[in-house]
Design a protein around this ligand. Sequence first.
Ligand SMILES: *Cc1c(COP(=O)(O)O)cnc(C)c1O
Length: 350
Amino acid sequence: MMFNPTDLLRPHLKQLVPYSSARDDYKGKDGVFLDANENPIGSITEENWNRYPDPYQLELKAKLAEIKGVNAEQIFLGNGSDEPIDLLYRAFCEPQTDEVIINPPTYGMYKVSADINNVKAKEVLLTNQYDLDSQALLSAIQPNTKIIWICSPNNPTGNDVSLEKIEIILKGFQGLVVVDEAYIDFADRPSFTTRLNEFPNLIVLQTMSKAWGLASLRLGMAFCSPEIVAILNRIKPPYNLSGLTQRTVLNALNNLEKKDQMVAEILENREGLQNELEALEIVKRVYPTDSNFYLVKMKDAKEVYLKLIEKQVILRDRSKVVLCEDGIRITIGTKKENKKLIEELKKLSN
Ligand SMILES: *Cc1c(COP(=O)(O)O)cnc(C)c1O
């Protein structure tokens, strides 16, 4: 049977007439534009932002397609990854009827977005090694299961889950499989974007918020079949990416070496930090990481977290998260920041 994402769509969206923007009706670049009620004179800012941006970000997608080795038609761009996460619920999950599956401990937005959309998120815990439990996952699938959310490298545990198990899910599930690769630049493996043509039910999420250093600009990427892109385009807010973001990122894509340099520096700092953490008396375990943070289990984690805040070193307390008891998530900082972190942790050990 051919996989067709339209079969999974919420019924009322099959008839949806999407908003038609002025930029949909006329696509030429030159002319006297009296069609969108914009300010014809300019902006109150030094630079002019008075014209609505391209709703489909075609220039940016063309450039990203080259860099990522996918077709431009396989790219959806959102206001952070949080936007495609929400849009996937709104497109495919009927409130109080459909279900998704998440694998705690994992990124919190899959559950929050499910709650906001009044959709049940069934939980299948990761194993004790923080890997997917593919057998339990497959058994949890119901006829009304629409999406399985997989985060790899996983937040907050830091590790890649096993790629063979992701494949088992992609092959064994007739709904959508999202692989969130927010931390892919720090992992030593090819992206699942290289498998898009094999799996029509695959959606790969990436973001400019981490390795690219653009958290404030808000740019999330979903790579998937052109059919799924078309569905997301129909329900998204028309101008979801600002002109400022589009232009800034387009310029930044000519500066790829800087991203690579930053990633290399963070990876170097990551390696150095592991031994220093492991040498501390209060540290019970540093988990292996494929991302830009460590999950560290400590004695009295909550206490450590609070003590470090007093020293203005802010960590992420995960000690109340399932399977993360005593866990603190530590982002890899600069050399200087990491030094400060270790100094303060040493003082606590004494
Ligand atoms: C940080 C993070 C994101 C990024 O979200 P944005 O909205 O793009 O900033 C997505 N997924 C995971 C797992 C993350 O940790």
